[in-house]
Design a protein around this ligand. Sequence first.
Ligand code: AMP
Ligand code: GLY
Length: 431
Amino acid sequence: MKVLILGSGGREHAIAWKLAQSSMLHELYIAPGNAGTALTGKNVDLDPLDFDGIAAFVQAQDINILVVGPEAPLVAGIQDYFTAREELSFCTVIGPNKKAAQLEGSKDFSKQFMERHNIPTAKYGSFMKSSLAQGKAFLKSMKPPYVLKADGLAAGKGVLIIDDLQEAEKALEEMLLNSKFGEAGKKVVIEEFLKGIEVSMFVLTDGSSFKILPEAKDYKRIGEGDTGLNTGGMGAVSPVPFVNQEFMEKVKNQIIIPTVKGLKRDDIHYQGFIFFGLIKVGGDPFVIEYNCRMGDPETEVVMPRLKSDLLHYFEGIATGTLSECDLEIDPRTATTVIAASGGYPDSYEKGKVISGLEHSHKGAVVFHAGTSQKEGETLTNGGRVLAVTGIGADIETALQRSYDALEAIDFEGMYYRKDIGLDLSKDKVKS
Ligand code: AMP
Ligand code: GLY
């Protein structure tokens, strides 16, 4: 099969790395890709939002499978673009259509969906400029801290958690009256604050059957001990020790099955990955958010644990035979630690030479997240630069392998958290 992956991060490199192991793969392209994806396939200089350009490439190369890594092309309707064109019908898009992508693209849509299908989530209200007064009254009726979310996509920055009522009212005003988050914040979801521990779950579905991929915990804050600014994610671990069988059953029965069935009942066709951002409160799972794609850096620990052939799954989606595919998961632990550019998530410099990538380390894989290639050198090209994954019999071994591999790598300003996974380490785990 011929595959084109859209995106340029660690998630796309991990998907490319996994697909490259498939005996069913003939050609692999990544658009635009990075210096790491260039080692597993061919990079193509195309913007994931340039649907005409992508379609022309798909036709010219006879691409069978188009894997959409990031959310933006999905929310912009790339799946609908392909299904509307007869001449592109030979190509299956792995990723939901525009309507289904609203699970991520609109918080209000996803909250209504969960309410309609009795899927556990925080209580909420949603408000617009015209209902500002009701929004303030709703805030008054809630207990602190107050959770305010811009309805639309805001690159992970659209969620405010505020302790003080007056400040929360002011933030609501700024979002609704002064367009603090632009279009994304024209509608605001106010939510009950849930106290618990977060975990990411992933499902691949063809709209009827689904495969539950390994779960992961990601580390969102820039600083050690979960301090400082939010980032795209500074590390991840899979499996997650507090996800025991009992919790997993609840997730499956109360969240995953009602979601897949709910989409069907609402006549929303969904093919692709569903990312469930969950929080465990007491022993029970609640949905914090849906994403219509895989997580990053979670993919960098999920793919190494997936023993089954991912391309076989994609073919299963194309032919409606996903239910016949086996699911085999590596019981070992995978950890990934992000090497970031100094200054990230605020401003940072690009173009720093990365050294030490030529060494290989037992049980470690270096995924590229933000890199480019120039005159034989690999350069930094983003805030998150590398995701260094270690695989081992237990979390301690996996972490050791991530950190050993990282120590051999260097670039000016390189920063990484040294405490990824420590909270899950044996002596600290509470279930
Ligand atoms: P979201 O973009 O909806 O995933 O929110 C970003 C982060 O804000 C989440 O990963 C949580 O850490 C936090 N958060 C969002 N909603 C809530 C909530 N209702 N209660 C507690 N924390 C929340
Ligand atoms: N790591 C969280 C995300 O991909 O949204």
